[in-house]
Design a protein around this ligand. Sequence first.
Ligand SMILES: [Zn+2]
Ligand SMILES: [Zn+2]
Length: 176
Amino acid sequence: MDEHTLWERCVAFHGHACGGLTIGFKAALYAAELLELTFSPDEQVVCVSENDACGVDAIQVILGCSVGKGNLLFRMRGKQAFSFYSRTTGRSVRLCLRPRPGEMTREESFAYYQSQKPCDLFDAMPVRFPLPEPARLFRSVTCSCCGESTAESMIRMQDGKPLCLDCFVPYDRFHV
Ligand SMILES: [Zn+2]
Ligand SMILES: [Zn+2]
């Protein structure tokens, strides 16, 4: 698929064209080039995003990393940085957006990001942590208070009974 069609698809999914979407678009293209990635129908490609802004939507469209499949993970740092991993080849890269040259309006920054080559926008560097394990399936436990079925990993014990996080009263005497 040519770049323009890909961009149109990203805009259709995201709802509007913007600078943020462009950042994710260029990051996905750059990662695809560096790691020889294609759209991931399962968990072959993993993206760990350090922000939850517009750009993540382009990564979902282009690389098939999505929350539902478990191959789009957030490690929130408020940075325009994305780590990409290929489960197929074991290769990975972290892309971090370089600072913009000076102040820009929204329109100017959109035009700026659109005009740049991916390799001029991002620093490519080794990832900072290993490939996260594949999405796990957890058994369901029924909360003894509300009766709702809950993934075991989200259950807390209180008074010997399993409780969901909505019903559990946290015990932390330093942050009341
Ligand atoms: Zn946007
Ligand atoms: Zn409950």
